[in-house]
Design a protein around this ligand. Sequence first.
Ligand code: UDP
Ligand code: MG
Length: 143
Amino acid sequence: MAKERTLTILKPDCVRKELIGEVTKRIQEAGFSILAMKLTRLTPETAGGFYEVHRERPFFGELVEFMSSGACVPMILEKENAVADFRKLIGATNPAEADAGTIRADFADSVGENIIHGSDSVENGKIEAAYFFAESEVVANNS
Ligand code: UDP
Ligand code: MG
């Protein structure tokens, strides 16, 4: 199977709970290579741009407020079947519905504050990666 890339964000609740190390360990133990990562803080404008597809949804305002409420850690990850496997690792959007042992089931408090983002397709992963990283910041092959 060909290698695929996905974009994750350790969200502000993950950073506030001091779970950067714990969650990153799970990601690496699941076989994902980190090709790029940074600590950054979104503004309401950049958070809104990232979640543009959700602009008309009732939770958009809260989502933007939350995502710009503190530092976050975006990463580009690589692995075979990365998009689907990563969604499996993080669990359902609502942590109450997430499978036991997933990152969201273990660490998230609510559907809004759910610790971590994962791209929903290879194509969106590329767009999301480019939202955070210049090509020069991406390590092409770190194995
Ligand atoms: N979200 C929310 N309320 C909802 C659905 C989503 O606050 O009813 C937030 C939540 O933080 C979620 C993000 O909006 O992670 C993006 O929603 P999406 O449906 O794309 O979920 P995801 O792909 O993150 O699982
Ligand atoms: Mg999504």
